[in-house]
Design a protein around this ligand. Structure first.
Ligand code: ZN
Length: 175
C-alpha cells in the first residue's frame, strides 16, 4: 500500500545538514514510525512521503519553513552571568532546561559566553536549517481506529499501551 491519509509509515533515515554533515539517523534506534497526516513528522518530509510504497528509497531537501522554522531573534537573549551562579562552568553548546513566562519547559542552548553575559538561544537546534534526508520506506500499513483517535502509531513494545493507559494528550516515544 502507499503512504496516504490514515496510514502508519515506518522508515529509516539519515539526516544531514546543508554541508553534508550527518545530524541524526535511525541506524541505532531502528525505523521511526508515524501516523501520516497527524503531524508527527516535519511537514516537508510528510509531503515527500505521500504516495510512497514500502521499499522505496528517496532523498529530499526540506527548507527551514517546512522543517523546524526560521531562527527567531526574539528567542535569543543575553543574560547577566550572575543568573548562572549555581553552575561552575558555562560553555558554548551547554543546554539548560528553562521555563518560559507561560510556564512551558524548553531547552535553551548557550551560544556565547563572556565575563559578564551568557547568551542563550531557545530556538529549536535545527531552526533555520535546510535538512537533507535519505529515506528508506520500511513499511506502510493501515492505521487502527485507536491510532487514528490518538493521532500516533502504537507499537508492540509500548509499556504505556500494554497497561492500557494511553491518554489522548500523552506523547510517547514508543511505537
Ligand atoms: Zn496512544
Amino acid at each position: 500500500m502507499n503512504v496516504g491519509a490514515n496510514t502508519v509509515v515506518s522508515f529509516d533515515y539519515v539526516l544531514c545538514d546543508s554541508d553534508g554533515r550527518e545530524l541524526d539517523s535511525s541506524r541505532e534506534t531502528g525505523p521511526l514510525a508515524y501516523l501520516h497526516g497527524a503531524g508527527g513528522i516535519i511537514p516537508g518530509l510528510a509531503d515527500a512521503m505521500t504516495g510512497r510504497a514500502s521499499g522505496e528509497r528517496f532523498s529530499v531537501v526540506v527548507q527551514p519553513e517546512q522543517a523546524y522554522g526560521l531562527s527567531d531573534p526574539k528567542m535569543i537573549a543575553a543574560l547577566p552571568r550572575e543568573r548562572f551562579s549555581g553552575t561552575d562552568t558555562i560553555a558554548v553548546g551547554m543546554q539548560f532546561h528553562a521555563q518560559t513566562t507561560e510556564g512551558h519547559a524548553r531547552v535553551v542552548r548557550v551560544v556565547a559566553v563572556d565575563d559578564r553575559t551568557v547568551t542563550i538561544d531557545a530556538n529549536h537546534p535545527l531552526a533555520g536549517q535546510s535538512l537533507s534526508f535519505d529515506i528508506t520506506v520500511v513499511d506502510v500499513r493501515e492505521a487502527t481506529a485507536s491510532e487514528i483517535e490518538h493521532g500516533h502509531p502504537h507499537g508492540q513494545h509500548c509499556e504505556h499501551h500494554d497497561k492500557g493507559g494511553c491518554g489522548r494528550q500523552h506523547q510517547h516515544g514508543c511505537g
